[in-house]
Each structure stands twice: as C-alpha cells, then as structure tokens.
Design a protein around this ligand. Structure first.
Ligand code: HEM
Length: 307
C-alpha cells in the first residue's frame, strides 16, 4: 500500500510511534538538522534563451538565499561523513526558483514504499543496511556510491544534483516543440576536491561551516548550473537512474555565494522555513516522478511539526 506523507516523515525522523512523534515535536526534530544559511546571487546565462523559453532566466543577477547541510536528524553529525547538501531560494521580483540538492547523483528509491523501507531499515544499523544491500538494488547502488565517495574539504568543492527531472519549455517560432525533460546539475568552478584518509584523521568533526564562511570573505564560492537534457528513451520519472554523461548540458547560469546579505533576517533565519523543490518559474514544470511529488508535502508536514 502507498505510504502517506505523515508516514514518510515519521520514517525520516525515526518517530514511528505516538510517544516518539510527540517527543520529536518538542525538540523540533527535522531532517538535515545540521546546516547553516548564507547568501549570494544567481547570474542567468543569456544564451540559455536560444534553446529554452524561461523568462525568469532572462534577467540580470537575482538574489539567493542558501542553506548548506548534512543529511539526517542529528545536529551533531560529523562533517567527516561524505554527504553534502545545498538548498537555494532564487527570488526574483515576480517569480522564484528553489533548489534542494545532494552531492550524490542517484537517489536510493524510486517510489514511496522503497523510500519508507530505506529510511526505516537504515536506522536499524548493520543488519538493516545488509537487508537493503541484499533486497533493494536501487538502495545498493546508492550505498555503494556513497561508500566510495570521499568527504569533500568544502561545501564549495562538491557537485550538487537535483536528481529529479523537470520539463523545460523550448524556444520555437511555431510553438510546436514539446517541453523537454532535464535534470539540474551544479558544477563547482573551483573543481571538486576530496579529503584523503590522512587529512581526515587530522580534521575535527566541525569544519565545513567555518571553512565556507571564511572562504567567501575573500573569494565567492561559485558553481555553473547546467540542465542535462534527456534523449529519446531515457527514463524520466525515476531518480535512481542517472543518464549518460554524454547527454547535452545547457548552461543555465552561475551561482555566486558571497555572504553579502547574511545579516538580513530572511537569510539568517532561512533554516526556520522550507525550500520547495517544485517552486518553479513559468516554462518549467515538475515531472511525474513520485519522489519529486512527495517532497513538498513532506517538507510542509515536517515544517508544521517543528514550528
Ligand atoms: C520521498 C522523497 C523525500 C522525502 C519524503 C523527504 C523528506 C524530507 C524531510 C521531512 C525534510 C525536512 C524538511 C524540513 O523540516 O524543512 C527534508 C529536507 C531535505 N531534503 Fe528531502 N525528502 C525526499 C527527497 C529528497 C531528495 C530526492 C533530495 C535531494 C535531491 C532531498 C534533499 C533534502 C534536503 C537538502 C533537505 C534540507 C532542506 C533545507 O536545507 O532546509 N530530499 N527532506
């Protein structure tokens, strides 16, 4: 049977009974508990308009509120773990675009049932993880990827993937071109970087926030944002599938994180609100991916519980 949104949030939070759910509300339990807010600009690439008809991305720099985080409900999770996450609100005058992204290009589940079982099994420790490896090929591919992913020394040296697909309106003089499916990918302009085992051994558990905030005092952290386009036959509605690297990528713009608006309340308190991965400007629409379409209701449910 299909899992409800409340059940998905319970699985994420590890609050499967009434008592732990109530306790969770008291301590404002939330996923991606360890994180911080900062700010910058998004500079759209004018050449995108040659291919796609997205008026929002046909303007000058747009203000950005960003939250960088680790996964899970533990606010004291070590930064030596490999997961890195980036959420953005790109707020124009009339329209907005949000991103809620991860440094792992493939997700661990393609449907809500498998999402629920991943979240509950992974919290059971080694036996639960082994069960996933033995029984859930999507989860296995994800866990195998994460196992070989070295922790990055900086949020600025990770790639970030939207994972889910969206449809993009194409430019066409006769308006007959169908929207084309694509996925978001942020590529760090500083390049990717990995900590060696020796380097990791010398780090403490909290370095990512101080590193990024001190880095951007002297030079912004920057990413190129691409839209990777699907080709005929590519699977659209399944975030466990990654398309070949040979797929065309359109440059959508440049993300510049400089911290210049960090003292503005909408930035400094950005963790109090939610990022909405289906808040989209005209010309972009969500795919039918069931994972994508569960996200905003789940984030809203989590927000209501921790308010
Ligand atoms: C069925 C699918 C999913 C469910 C049920 C789910 C659930 C949640 C929940 C409950 C939260 C906490 C929301 C809050 O209190 O603000 C959250 C946050 C988050 N999720 Fe998901 N998630 C899903 C899919 C994904 C995917 C595919 C990604 C990555 C591409 C992702 C990345 C994140 C990130 C980065 C945050 C933190 C947002 C912030 O910085 O405030 N999630 N998720």
């Amino acid at each position: 049977s299909e899992k409800s949104i409340a059940e998905l949030v319970d699985a994420v939070n590890g609050t499967l009974d009434d008592a732990s759910r109530e306790a969770g509300k008291q301590v404002k339990l939330r996923n991606h508990a360890k994180g911080f807010c900062t700010s910058g600009n998004f500079i759209p690439a004018p050449e995108l308009q040659q291919h796609l008809d997205i008026p929002f991305l046909n303007q000058g720099p747009i203000k950005v509120t960003a939250r960088f985080s680790l996964g899970g409900t533990n606010a004291n999770l070590s930064d030596k773990t490999p997961g890195r996450f980036m959420s953005l609100k790109i707020d124009g005058e009339k329209e907005s675009l949000n991103f809620v992204t991860t440094n792992v290009p493939i997700f661990f589940a393609s449907n809500l049932e498998d999402f629920y079982s991943f979240q509950t099994k992974i919290k059971e420790g080694p036996q639960g993880k082994q069960w996933l490896l033995d029984n859930k090929p999507d989860a296995k591919r994800f866990l195998d990827y994460v196992a070989q992913l070295p922790p990055s020394p900086s949020f600025a040296s990770s790639r970030y993937f939207g994972v889910n697909s969206f449809y993009f309106r194409q430019q066409s003089s006769d308006k007959t071109a169908e929207p084309i499916a694509g996925k978001w990918i942020f590529e760090p302009l500083a390049g990717t970087a990995a900590l060696s085992k020796d380097e990791l051994a010398k780090m403490d558990d909290n370095f990512l926030k101080a590193e990024l905030l001190s880095r951007i005092e002297t030079q912004p952290a920057q990413w190129a944002l691409y839209i990777q386009l699907a080709e005929q036959g590519d699977i659209i509605n399944d975030p466990t599938v990654s398309w070949p690297d040979s797929r065309t990528r359109l440059l959508a713009g440049k993300l510049v994180i400089d911290g210049k608006r960090d003292s503005v309340p909408e930035v400094s308190q950005c963790g109090d609100g939610i990022f909405n991965p289906v808040l989209l400007p005209k010309g972009i629409t969500p795919s039918a991916d069931p994972i994508l379409n569960a996200r905003t209701p789940a984030y809203t449910e989590s927000f209501i519980r921790r308010r």
